[in-house]
Design a protein around this ligand. Structure first.
Ligand SMILES: Nc1nc(=O)c2c([nH]1)NC[C@@H]1CN(c3ccc(C(=O)N[C@@H](CCC(=O)O)C(=O)O)cc3)C=[N+]21
Length: 290
């Protein structure tokens, strides 16, 4: 039996429809949600992603502004821009597209973003709140994966979820969100001696490494839900994930295609974070009678 191919188009359309309605209501009440995206340099993949983010904002009625800075931008100039966006009342979310040029200290840049406007959930304050289970900003890609699992009706509580990859932007926060949903969670990485022996135990397998075809049929338990977070562009080839889709779809119970699901859901969660940030800002303003 072949796996259920998870239809990202349908999930994304439903979520964005709900967000669009909520944005409309908040705008009518006097606060139009706004997102500022900052991109430094000319990385071609980043240009595509940033354009997709701006288009998605437009689709749901969120105000957006894209700040395109030259490769030679200094640390001080970038931090000064972030500080001005922190003070800008029309901007509720700030996203600084990574990767940044080598001469920029990325950590210092993230620290400069006001935590309330950190719609990536990269700031240490938001990461800490996530780790201790306080409500707040959720990281976009991991939150999107949880929404996909819920949408297809996958059980998470008590299931064994295996995350392959330990990055700060996907692997680690993914494990925290699965834990919050009461999964038993294992994280694998490049030093895991027998990857397949661990991944074969997974009821839910999340691949977030950035290596094409890392996960093959022998890595997957029959019937498992396989979520592919990889975004690989082999030279001259087309975009593909970390999972050998054709082979794994014959074993898995459900699988996400790349492109099509996790990428657009990531952007959808960015829209949701921006909406929530705007709603909190509007509430805070009402509380001081502003
Ligand atoms: N501060 C920051 N926040 C991010 O969230 C962030 C980032 N930097 N840097 C780069 C990564 C990557 N990322 C993607 C989001 C959507 C798609 C996406 O929509 N992908 C489409 C395909 C797009 C295409 O054709 O290339 C899909 O999977 O269907 C891809 C990649 C966000 N990132």
């Amino acid at each position: 039996m072949t796996a259920q191919i998870i239809n990202g188009k349908q999930i994304v359309a439903e979520y964005r429809d709900n967000i669009r309605r909520e944005v409309e209501a908040l705008t009518a009440a006097g606060t139009r949600p706004g997102l500022a995206v900052v991109i430094v340099g000319e990385d071609p993949a980043s240009q595509i992603y940033v354009n997709n983010k701006a288009k998605a904002c437009e689709q749901v009625g969120i105000y957006s502004e894209v700040h395109r800075l030259p490769e030679a931008t200094t640390q001080d100039e970038l931090v000064a821009l972030i500080e001005s966006l922190n003070r800008n009342a029309a901007v509720h979310g700030i996203l600084v597209q990574s990767p940044l040029p080598g001469h920029i200290n990325e950590e210092e840049v993230v620290d400069a973003i006001m935590p309330d406007k950190d719609v990536d959930c990269f700031h240490p304050v938001n990461v800490g709140n996530l780790a201790i289970g306080k409500p707040g900003m959720l990281p976009c890609t991991p939150a999107g994966v949880i929404e996909v699992l819920k949408y297809i009706g996958a059980d998470i509580a008590g299931k064994h979820a295996v995350v392959v990859g330990r990055s700060n932007i996907v692997g680690k926060p993914m494990a925290l969100l699965l834990l919050r949903e009461h999964a038993t969670v294992t994280i694998c990485h490049s030093r895991t001696p027998d990857l397949a022996a661990v991944t074969r135990q997974a009821d839910i397998l999340v691949a977030a490494v950035g290596r094409a075809n890392l996960i093959r049929a022998e890595h997957v338990k029959p019937g498992a839900v396989v979520i592919d977070v990889g975004m690989n562009r082999p030279e001259g080839g087309k975009l593909c994930g970390d999972v050998d889709f054709e082979a794994v779809k014959e074993v898995a119970g459900a699988i996400t295609p790349v492109p099509g699901t996790v990428g657009p859901m990531t952007i959808t969660m960015l829209l949701r974070n921006t909406l929530h940030a705007a709603r909190r800002a509007a509430g805070a303003q009402a509380a001081v009678g502003g």
